[in-house]
Design a protein around this ligand. Structure first.
Ligand code: ADP
Ligand code: MG
Length: 241
């Protein structure tokens, strides 16, 4: 579904991503882990070209996102949902309007249909009773679940998550991870940058360990967590496990 070829990204002459080549298959859940500053967020933002790679290719369903018109890029981006650490909900809109706005404005879906889908999604993330409240009245965990529902409303083919639980109070982490696990179980293709090692172990099909701008090592979670091969990964796991 996504093919990354020799991806490099520099900021002002500093190489932050240094020659990354990997593939994401349909239905796969990839967890990207690694120390702070490794380049994980930059990498994720290059996948949907929110950040333009300095060189290399990002193929999404066979099309090179770094080499297409803005119009085509916008269309393909609609198929890639993204959820960040912050929730970025529109504060002046109710929860359900937050979820409905993009399908209506961007996809031209009718209000009736968008409402129906939004309600289904709110039920899916356990917030059916919050449709008509404003984001301010929600907890962090609830906001993040709305953000996930909002992303899903565009009917994406892949979901990208950048540390979706790291701004949350500890007691709210699980409610968000549970929604993500449900999404994974339903077959969604996901690339998840996370510090939640339990989630990564349990839900990932593959771990990509990133440090110093490289994906240093990839592997099935069982293998990676019990027998990391690179020194960087060993050192990292000693700190976090
Ligand atoms: P991670 O998400 O793994 O913590 P990031 O991708 O956020 O890492 O950052 C990797 C490196 O790239 C850091 O050194 C960071 O300072 C740098 N960086 C990220 N974004 C920018 C930017 N827009 N301009 C300059 N440097 C950046
Ligand atoms: Mg980051």
């Amino acid at each position: 579904m996504i093919e990354i070829q020799h991806l490099k990204k520099e900021f002002n002459g500093t190489e932050v991503l240094k020659d990354i080549s990997e593939e994401v298959d349909k239905g796969q859940v990839i967890c990207v882990i690694g120390p702070s500053g490794a380049g994980k967020s930059t990498f994720l933002r290059c996948l949907n070209v929110l950040e333009k790679p300095t060189s290399g290719k990002v193929l999404f369903e066979g099309k090179d996102l770094t080499d297409i018109s803005d119009k085509e890029l916008d269309e393909l981006r609609e198929k890639m949902g993204m959820v960040f650490q912050g929730f970025n909900l529109f504060p002046n809109m109710t929860v359900i309007d937050n979820i409905k706005i993009a399908p209506i404005k961007v996809k031209g879906i009718s209000d009736e249909e968008a409402t129906k889908t939004a309600k289904e999604l709110l039920t899916k993330v356990g917030l059916a009773d919050k449709a008509d409240v404003f984001p301010d009245s929600l907890s962090g965990g609830q906001k993040q679940r709305v953000a996930i529902a909002r992303s899903l409303a565009m009917d994406p083919e892949v979901m990208l998550f950048d540390e979706p639980t790291s701004a949350l109070d500890p007691e709210m982490v699980d409610e968000v991870l549970n929604v993500m696990q449900g999404l994974a179980d339903s077959g969604m293709t996901m690339v998840v940058v996370t510090h939640e090692m339990g989630f990564a172990k349990e839900v990932a099909d593959q771990i990509w360990f990133m440090a110093d701008g490289y994906i240093q090592e990839t592997g099935a979670p069982d293998e990676f967590f019990s027998h990391p091969t690179s020194d960087r990964a060993k050192e990292f796991l000693k700190k976090v496990l």
